[in-house]
Design a binder for this molecule. Structure first.
Ligand SMILES: C[S@@+](CC[C@H](N)C(=O)[O-])C[C@H]1O[C@@H](n2cnc3c(N)ncnc32)[C@H](O)[C@@H]1O
Length: 235
């Protein structure tokens, strides 16, 4: 099952979220109108589209994804391809290679390959920015089965982060935090749409059971922080 519903009309696709995310990028990475940017696993490409306007980028940024969305942002150059095959063929250099909530889809072997290929595609002074769900004090509202799956995947994320730190010591670690305010009803819709990869393999019965748990255990308005760890690697 694929993640087509990831940023479909959720806080992740809201102007506020995308703008806050790009402000974070601009605060921590030197970027300007001349920067060339690659987003690996770009989804609908809204983050890239927004940063194109924010920085008045001269060169359209590149987004790649194994999924192709009809409503993809038009301000980007898009290739439907998987990360490693793209990087193997690519001859362009980038100032920023962004991997936002994408790296956990790859095996550890693929991650090693992906990072070494990415390093070769950086301009001098360029950065790789890897964003992944905060592995501790995660506030995402869950039901029991979802929590179990989420904890398991966060454990694997910790392993991924350790691997990256071992391979490329000296990277900088930051936290991006966004305050989410959403109705329980809307959040339940997101769960129905399996918005997060931990929900992809649950059965319909498990999802329905989970939704009644959410309705029982949470108030009508949900307030929580969506926290991401950001690892910045130099070339
Ligand atoms: C959780 S979504 C994140 C989307 C976007 N980066 C964001 O944060 O809004 C993960 C994305 O990675 C894509 N993806 C997964 N494996 C990939 C691969 N091997 N190469 C390229 N994209 C991949 C998925 O199709 C999906 O769009």
């Amino acid at each position: 099952m694929s993640l087509k519903n990831w940023d479909n009309k959720t806080w992740l696709s809201s102007k506020d979220y995308i703008s806050a995310f790009n402000n974070f990028l601009i605060r921590h990475i030197k970027l300007d109108k001349n920067s060339s940017i690659l987003d690996i696993g770009c989804g609908r490409g809204k983050i890239l589209g927004n940063i194109t306007s924010k920085l008045r980028l001269i060169k359209k940024p590149t987004g790649i994804d194994i999924e192709q969305h009809k409503d993809r942002d038009k301000r980007i150059i898009f290739y439907k391809t998987d990360a490693i095959s793209f990087l193997k063929r690519n001859r362009k250099k980038f100032d920023l290679i962004l991997l936002k909530q994408t790296i956990h889809f790859l095996s550890l072997k693929e991650i090693k390959k992906l990072l070494s290929l990415s390093k070769n595609c950086l301009n001098s002074g360029g950065r790789i920015a890897i964003f992944t769900l905060a592995t501790s004090k995660n506030e995402i509202p869950t039901f029991v089965k979802m929590k179990k799956k989420l904890n398991k995947s966060l454990k694997r994320d910790q392993k991924i982060l350790r691997l990256i730190n071992d391979l490329y010591p000296g990277g900088l670690s930051k936290t991006f935090s966004f305050k989410v305010k959403i109705s329980r009803q809307k959040y339940v819709e997101m769960i129905k749409n399996r918005y997060i990869s931990t929900l992809l393999n649950l059965s319909n019965t498990e999802i329905l059971k989970g939704i009644s748990e959410i309705n029982r255990n949470y108030r009508k308005r949900l307030n929580f922080k969506d926290k991401l760890i950001c690892l910045l690697l130099k070339n």
